[in-house]
Ligand binder design. Sequence first.
Ligand code: PGA
Length: 239
Amino acid sequence: MRIIKKETYEELSRCAADMILAAVREKPECVLGLATGSTPIGTYDCLAAACREGKATFRQAKTINLDEYTGLGENDPQSYRFFMEEHLFRHIDIRRENTHIPNGLAPDAAEECKRYEALYERLGGIDLQLLGIGQNGHIGFNEPSRALEAGTHVVELSESTRIANSRNFASLSAVPHGAITLGMGGILKARRILLLASGEQKKEALRKAVHGKVDPEVPASFLQLHPDVTVICDFSLTL
Ligand code: PGA
């Protein structure tokens, strides 16, 4: 793993955006694996600015997001489709049909997982996967568990994740209990991975992910098995 320490969230965001822009310039038709949450917002702002200023184009790029809450549709402001439109897609020149997020309203969630898995294969895998990390060590919605799933699956969100995410909802009870997420296999098959962690509250999770044992109770620790992971954080990982 390559660890890059930045002084501020702005520098972290700039650095992450530069890596993504380089990937798109090198391979305009690349497949980007994207994440939601507060961490990548600054990165998305930089990508939007680059596109606005004519320094980048996403015309041929494709995106596949990690996850979506079950029960939320794309017009729901809490859905991840809504988040991606708001923070990135409507600010760049990507084609809507080239952006992919699980359908949280699919009548049969198991079927939706199969569709998403097939889509992943059809896209030819992910060139660059952007990740955040949960305070509990999750990546995507692969929650700490005695065993992790490789494929796209329906997950019951942990209480700690629901509490962490409740800041975006009117109340904790409004936070969905489930989600559809790419599995660990889909993440680890990405050719390159870029993990962002901002704020001291992520320090312990990142320390375990980078320096701890590979442990399904810390899903991000499986990234140690991947040959091309870059971590960008805005705090020092040393004790
Ligand atoms: P955050 O979420 O960026 O909002 O902290 C990260 C995550 O839970 O993966």
